[in-house]
Every structure is written in C-alpha cells, then in structure tokens.
Design a protein around this ligand. Structure first.
Ligand SMILES: NC(=O)c1ccc[n+]([C@@H]2O[C@H](COP(=O)([O-])OP(=O)(O)OC[C@H]3O[C@@H](n4cnc5c(N)ncnc54)[C@H](O)[C@@H]3O)[C@@H](O)[C@H]2O)c1
Length: 329
C-alpha cells in the first residue's frame, strides 16, 4: 500500500514518516495490518532532513495544484495524511493565499482521494484554532461549537466539514484531529502565532536568547510531537465504528501557563538558560493566542485511547531525546 503525507517536509510530516517506516504496516480497511511499500512526501519545499529510505519518495508542488495532487494520490494509495497548511500568522497576513492553500488545497486532496478506486483513509490535521469567541468557556468540552477567530481557524473548520461530508458520501474514510500547540518544535520558528511556545524552550537550551511575545500567565494546551505523531497513527488505525458519525476530535493535552513552561526550563537547564528569555508582549500575537482555548476536557478522545503528555518536564525531555541528537535515516 502507498501512503501519501502532504506537508511531508514539515515538522510533523517527517516525524510521521519516520514512525510509519519503523512500524512497517498500518491497519487497512479490513482491520488487519497492511505493509507500507511506499511513502510519498508531498510539499512545496524540500527539507534536507527527509527520511532516507528506499520506501520514501518526495514530490514537490503546490497543494492547490489539483491536477498534480491527483497524480500523487493515485494507484494503490490506501491512506492520506493531510498536513500541508499555511499556518496561523501566515494565513492571517495573506488572506488570498491562505484560502488557496488551506481551503482549495484541502479540496484538491479530497477530490484526488475520491477519485481512487477504493475509498482511502484520510487523516486531516485540524487545530484548536477552530474554537474561539468572547464567550468561550475557560475549559473546552467535546460539545463546544467551533467559532474560529482567525482565517486559519476558519480554514480548519471548513476542512473538517469537508472531511465529514466526503466521509458521509462514502468517498473517503475521514478523521480530523484538533491538535493543540505542538511543543517543542525542532529547527527554526515557523509562521504559527504559537511558535514562541517552542522557541522559549529550544533557543535557551541551545544557549541562544529568545523573546517571549506573551505574558507568563497565558495558558496554552500542549502536546509533544511524539504524542501528536502517535495520535495520527492511532486515529488512522481505529475502526470506522469507533468514530461513528462524528469525524472531528479534540485531542487531550497538557494545559500549562507560559510562566510554568519557563519554570520547567529553569528546573531542567538552570538559571542561565532561564535568563535567556526576554518577556516582551506583542499585542498582535497576544490577541491571536488569547483567542484560543486555554484548557481542554477531551473525554471522547481519552475514551478512544488517545493520550496526553503528563508534564512539561516530560515534553522537554522528549525534545532532548528525539531532536537534540542527530536523526538517523
Ligand atoms: N505544530 C502545531 O503546533 C500545530 C497545531 C495545530 C495544528 N497543526 C497542523 O498540523 C499540520 C502540520 O503542522 P507542522 O507543525 O508540521 O507544520 P509545518 O509548517 O512544519 O508543516 C506544514 C508543511 O506544509 C507545507 N506547505 C505549506 N504550503 C504548502 C503548499 N502550498 N503546498 C504544499 N505544501 C505546503 C509547508 O512547506 C510545510 O512543510 C498543519 O496542518 C498544521 O496546521 C499544527
């Protein structure tokens, strides 16, 4: 079976590819493991650290190029992980490109999936950015209605609705995961408004100064890249009956203030590392971040077997273990 990962050169795309290579098989439509013969990573930039493995190939292109996407999601593609996206601050800055990438791109992926001989499993990377609004409760529960306050959040909500509708029609077997902020992101900051949550750990650990653009009392739900990758695969491997008609799922998270994140850094890396954080609130970033959920009560996901990290120390330890050593393969 072929697996396609869009956004395959991105942070989660590469980690997901590595994990699939390690496992060697994914659960197929019949409920039994099917060997993965080929993983296609599709992205508009080629990252230098794409997994080196004979089963992996990279195709460069724009996700909204429907004809190309149809040539990529073809043949015996059994599953698609749709991760390509223009992230929050980027989509807020460029309204038209945001819609092209996040809405037209998702439609192109779903249309290509629909054209396959057999309906594939499609796992869509959605976001907590689907929630928002002035009357958002302190803790978000499963029944909370999406009310996005950014274009990015609106795109993810529309993507989820399309995934559900294509599933209802029997074109795909879709599953959308509302990811919290993924921390610690290795490499460089990206255009997500939440990117500082990783930077305030990663940069001081590397001995570099960093600016934190929100106040220490801002609370954010977090998940490590390792758990997020496991969640994509768990979402994929669950039988359709476990999802029922509701194909969108809020994931469990570790909910913590930015000040407590910095304290974890102080505990693990010492006072000198902690002092490399300069607290300089940026009203534009604060407005986006404070419009997001603060705490989650993800009971449905927990009952379905998804798990969160137990502490910030665990999240930092995962970064040190997985990303501060050279990656193999
Ligand atoms: N990382 C997080 O904190 C987080 C939180 C919530 C949701 N998500 C979602 O999870 C997914 C993966 O996140 P990530 O952190 O790996 O992001 P990332 O930015 O590292 O990866 C996204 C990839 O999409 C690619 N891409 C962007 N525009 C494209 C285009 N026009 N055509 C083809 N590819 C294009 C980028 O080049 C990038 O490699 C995204 O959909 C993101 O919205 C991430």
């Amino acid at each position: 079976m072929q697996i396609v990962i869009t956004g395959g050169a991105g942070m989660l795309g590469k980690k997901l590819a590595r994990e699939i290579l390690k496992r060697g098989a994914l659960t197929g439509a019949g409920g039994t493991p099917v060997p993965v013969d080929r993983i296609v990573l599709f992205d508009n930039i080629e990252a230098p650290d794409i997994p080196r493995d004979p089963r992996v190939s990279f195709i460069a292109g724009e996700i909204f190029d429907a004809a190309l996407v149809r040539r990529v999601i073809a043949g015996d593609t059994g599953s698609v992980f749709h991760l390509a996206a223009m992230v929050s601050a980027g989509a807020e800055r460029d309204f038209d490109l945001g819609y092209r990438v996040n809405l037209d791109g998702t439609r192109a992926v779903l249309e290509a999936a629909r054209a396959l001989a057999r309906p594939p499993c499609v796992v869509f990377a959605s976001s907590l950015a689907v929630y928002g609004g002035a009357d958002m409760p302190e803790t978000i529960e499963d029944g909370q209605a999406p009310m996005p306050q950014t274009s990015y959040g609106a795109h993810k909500t529309m993507g989820e609705l399309m995934v559900s509708d294509y599933t209802r029609k029997g074109f795909i077997d879709g599953r959308s995961l509302r990811l919290p902020t993924i921390v610690v992101r290795p490499g460089k900051p990206n255009l997500a408004a939440s990117t500082f949550a990783s930077s305030i750990i990663r940069e001081p650990l590397a001995g570099r100064e960093v600016v934190c653009p929100v106040r220490p009392d801002s609370v954010m739900p977090l998940l490590s890249p390792r758990r997020a990758t496991a969640a994509f695969l768990h979402a994929h491997d669950l039988p359709a009956a476990a999802w029922g008609w509701n194909r969108s799922l809020m994931l469990p998270s570790h909910d913590i203030s930015v000040g407590e994140m910095a304290e974890a850094l102080r505990r693990l890396a010492g006072e000198d590392a902690y002092r490399l954080i300069a607290w300089r609130p940026d009203p534009a970033i604060e407005k986006i971040v404070n419009g997001w959920p603060r705490r989650l009560d993800a009971r449905r996901a927990c009952a379905m077997g998804f798990t969160a990290d137990s502490s910030m120390d665990e999240i930092v330890a995962i970064y040190i273990e997985d990303d501060m050593k050279p990656v193999e393969g």
